[in-house]
Design a protein. Structure first.
Length: 372
């Protein structure tokens, strides 16, 4: 909205010529991040209080109450704050992005779809006063795969894809300058797996106050850098990246999510009175997966999102391989952050260490810009 208004005033009123700044991706990215940060902090208390009064509170599972920091102190009542993140990100995108472009439409579509699934799941938990009464795992996976498959067909369709068609089905990997393969129609199941896996891995990691939100901010920041490089012809040519006009809008979206995550941390840091819930974590995960696909950096997520990959694999190893197939446990609890809680580490120490690892992985991801 502000982009269109700024362009109109710049072209029609001479005194507003300085508004040509809205054409700058960097300016809009910084403005979007600041807008999301301030909106979250300014309106967070009111929205959290409204959600609390309306009963949207977390109902913890008894068998997860093993953390010494929880058992030895009064347990705070935590409110589902996903709608706060969703609303702030929506408003900021509408204000600062070119919302008519294919990249923005694709991101908003995924963000909305995964937010709706998460909202239904959270609402069912609140309604039945039981954290195990949300959407079943099979229903969530089925809906996610259905949407991601449809998204994949749109993505590779010459008339619908926002990418230059010559890049749509090319597969890129970190540390390699040129695409390693053109997988054609196989890109559809690859996209479905990628977005679904990333969304659920973020959801799994959202288990301790502040644990997921900072790594999400780091990953979004790195993806934003890659999106900006691919949007700039000279940078893309010099660094040997695919030049994709319009993908700079994703850099703005990444910056907005970065700011919103920092603002949410204001309330979500230990001891938190608000959590993302499935509404926030699934929406952010779905958006992050979509961004990774649109920027052609799906495998980069394995590096910069290593925290989420590790969390997801700990569940697979524990539940699928260990308990169901071998009849034994590899960890005290899964996901892995609960294992560390069981071993006696304080929640704050676990979270900060995960943040440090996430920051190191983000730097490793940025290093792939040149180490190729």
């Amino acid at each position: 909205m502000l982009f269109y208004l700024g362009n109109y005033l710049n072209e029609t009123v001479e005194v507003f010529s300085f508004l040509r700044l809205v054409d700058s991706i960097i300016f809009r990215a910084l403005a979007g991040a600041l807008t999301a940060l301030l909106l979250t902090i300014l309106f967070g208390d009111k929205l959290i209080l409204h959600m609390y009064k309306n009963g949207h509170r977390d109902i913890p599972r008894d068998y997860l109450d093993f953390s010494p920091s929880v058992n030895n102190a009064a347990k705070p009542v935590k409110t589902y704050g996903g709608p706060l993140l969703i609303g702030v990100i929506y408003v900021s995108i509408v204000l600062w992005c070119k919302i008519h472009t294919g990249f923005v439409v694709a991101c908003l579509a995924s963000f909305t779809f995964f937010a709706i699934i998460g909202w239904i799941d959270d609402s069912m938990k609140v309604r039945f006063r039981n954290s195990d009464k949300g959407l079943s795992e099979n229903k969530k996976l089925g809906l996610q795969i259905l949407y991601c498959t449809a998204f994949g067909f749109v993505y590779i369709s010459p008339s619908l894809t926002p990418l230059p068609i010559e890049y749509a089905t090319m597969l890129y990997v970190p540390f390699v300058k040129y695409p390693v393969a053109n997988i054609d129609w196989f890109y559809v199941p690859f996209i479905a797996f990628t977005i679904t896996a990333i969304s659920n891995s973020v959801n799994i990691a959202d288990g301790i106050d502040g644990l997921a939100v900072v790594p999400v901010a780091f990953v979004m920041g790195v993806m934003g850098v890659f999106a900006y490089i691919c949007s700039h012809y000279r940078f893309a040519e010099f660094l040997i990246f695919p030049f994709m006009p319009g993908v700079g809008e994703i850099a703005i979206i990444c910056s907005i999510v970065f700011g919103a995550c920092l603002g949410f941390l204001w309330f979500n840091s230990y001891p938190a009175n608000v959590i993302m819930g499935d509404t926030g974590s699934m929406a952010l995960g779905g958006l992050l997966g979509t961004v990774s696909v649109l920027v052609k950096q799906e495998f980069l997520f394995v590096i910069v999102g290593g925290i989420f990959v590790f969390e997801a694999f700990s569940v697979i190893i524990q539940d699928k391989l260990g308990v169901k197939w071998l009849g034994r446990r590899f960890f005290s609890r899964a996901p892995i952050h609960h294992h560390f809680q069981q071993r006696g580490l304080a929640d704050t120490k676990i979270v900060v260490r995960f943040w440090i690892v996430a920051g190191i992985l983000a730097l490793c991801g940025l290093a792939t810009v040149k180490i190729r």
